[in-house]
Ligand binder design. Sequence first.
Ligand code: ZN
Ligand code: ZN
Length: 346
Amino acid sequence: MLAALLYGQEDLRLEQVADPTPAVGEVVIQVGAATTCGTDLKVWRRGGHAKMLKPPTLFGHEAAGQIVAVGAGVTGWQVGDRVVANNSAPCMECFFCQRQEYSLCPNLTWNNGTFAEYLKIPAPIVQHNLLRIPDELPFELAAMTEPLACVLHGVARSHIKPQDKVVILGDGAIGLMFVAALADAAEVLLWGGNDQRLDIGEKLGAAKSFNYHQIADIPSVVKELTQGWGADVVIEATGVPSVWETAIACARPGATVNLFGGCPRDTTITVNTEQLHYSELTLKGVFHNTPEYVRSALALIASRKIPFELLISEQRPLKDLEQVFHDMKARKVIKVAMNCSKDFSL
Ligand SMILES: [Zn+2]
Ligand SMILES: [Zn+2]
């Protein structure tokens, strides 16, 4: 099959590799659509990822498709089933899994390799994070289950109350998914650097959007809009340490600040102790997703209540993958749905 392999920094190659065959407990899917993700862009630019993968490796982690082979011992799944597979599954046995803190599981089974004609799904993921998708749901929408599951996990940890003013920093796919997930429950103020993305943010329900290229002092604008106090909840979705500090500066006394965007390794931020203490701030780190949020994410996508298709800028064949990464680096596209299999003419 044709598959993308990551060899190192900005070194992605399409190669012919052996078709995967399922071992005990595994299934193989033909990839209907694999969506690109900001994490992929980060990994491509850095040439690796501490937790998820080590090059040279198959690459990509968001996909939906159709089961083409079922390994021994697998029950409940058949060739032809349309499915989405999360890119990880917890072990269900460790200290953290016993406490239902699945995203902290140190033994997460990761799966990479969605930018390929076929994708093998490891047994733990088949058991805990493989979901059937409705017949009429396009693969490229179902493929966004994984990032949305991370976002719904982030929403659940943000202590949002009805009518809260929520500041979201970042107009990437994750920031925009936060807008979509919160627009009904709160008043969302979105900050980003790209007017087209900010327009999409407003279509997804942001009450107001702001381009930081035009307004540099974000905290003072937030204060003007909140009777001088700051936002009830701030969600950081850029993964830039200085923006983490901006996020904290936008918070009102008593606020929750969700530091959601993962920063480069070994970076630090400075927090004003007086603000943290006397303003009773809650600073939350939130990582990845859990089986519960994978299920609620697919249900939300399948409900078609939110036009998540707005996040897919283009559909492209697998052979264009390298160009797509350059387009992402230049911020020309939000997400791209890669059509990886010859048989699916989308
Ligand atoms: Zn992703
Ligand atoms: Zn575990």
